[in-house]
Design a protein around this ligand. Structure first.
Ligand code: NDP
Length: 275
């Protein structure tokens, strides 16, 4: 049976990564992260997306350990924050993340944002961690095509993943096609438009399949070949967001959803951020 547990993509280096993960931005480290991760794993999630900047890596690690699943059944992503970028400082930041998570090896390590003058040195550190076996895959986040070209030209490895803001109001068609042709897996952050799901076409399409607007959007991600990491701390919505593997949108429905695009960001512009 297809479900969140079994459905994975294969990254360019052969590593399997689940199509669905749980996002944990803004989930607190006071017990909430641990509870949320445990309930996601119970609901079938096998991938968790955290970051040093989310200040909840300890809770995420505890949630994974308490869930009773074995280490190789779960895919854990973390990210190097902007203030830690550079070669030596990224190595040190990774070591801190690894300790907080309580893991020997992290599945995917990303550069959180393309900090000018820094991201190429940061990428060198990620390449070293990958070569040394501390991370199973390396990638970037919030990289535009020109950032990707820059890293591809100077680095030893092509990033395996690019995690970017991606949803029906921001369909990123050029970036998606560039990443596909370079075997870089695109991953959607804020896939649920941070909860702004009130678009009648999503409800209309959902009604046909007995699915919610959130489920329709997450299914649209999968059928676009994009990994998706919705965030919820609510056990009912956590379950709902994983129940997307038993229906398919038609090509026309996919186009109708994509037609919502307005190049609208809820987050910062990767070419113009100040943090
Ligand atoms: P999402 O687009 O996932 O939306 C989360 C919001 O939607 C929450 O308010 C949640 O509320 C609500 N929600 C969740 N499920 C449903 C549902 N089924 N129906 C209605 N509302 C729902 O936002 P995020 O910004 O959190 O993005 C997801 C993840 O992406 C982050 O958690 C993080 O891991 C990653 N991210 C990465 C960034 C980067 O720079 N690399 C930047 C931003 C995010 P509730 O919790 O109450 O259910």
């Amino acid at each position: 049976m297809t479900n969140a547990r079994t459905e994975s993509t294969i990254l360019s280096n052969g590593v399997k990564m689940p199509w669905l993960g749980l996002g944990v931005w803004k989930v607190k480290d006071d017990g909430e992260a641990e509870r949320t991760v445990t309930s996601a794993i119970e609901a079938g999630y096998r991938s968790i997306d955290t970051a040093a900047a989310y200040n909840n890596e300890e809770g995420v690690g505890a949630g994974i350990r308490n869930s009773g699943i074995t280490r190789d059944e779960i895919f854990v992503t973390t990210k190097i924050w902007n203030s830690a970028q550079g070669y030596e400082s990224s190595l040190a930041a990774f070591e801190e993340s690894r300790k907080k998570l309580g893991l020997d090896v992290v599945d995917l390590l990303l550069i959180h944002w393309p900090v000018k003058e820094k991201y190429k040195e940061t990428w060198r550190a990620l390449e070293k961690l990958y070569r040394d076996g501390y991370v199973r895959a390396i990638g970037v986040s919030n990289f535009q095509i020109h950032h990707l070209r820059d890293v591809i030209a100077s680095g030893e490895f092509v990033p395996m993943v690019n995690q970017v803001e991606f949803h029906p109001l921001l369909t990123q068609t050029e970036l998606l096609s560039f990443t596909k042709s370079n075997k870089i897996q695109l991953e959607a952050w804020s896939p649920l438009m941070q909860g702004n799901l009130d678009h009648s076409i999503l409800a209309e399409i959902g009604a046909k399949y007995g699915k919610s607007p959130a489920q329709v959007v997450l299914r649209w991600d999968l059928q676009n070949g994009v990994i998706t990491i919705p965030k919820s701390t609510n056990p009912v919505r956590i379950k709902e967001n994983a129940d997307i593997f038993d229906f398919s949108l038609t090509a026309e429905e996919i186009s109708q959803i994509s037609a919502l695009n307005r190049d609208q960001r809820f987050g910062s512009d990767p070419d113009n951020f100040n943090f």
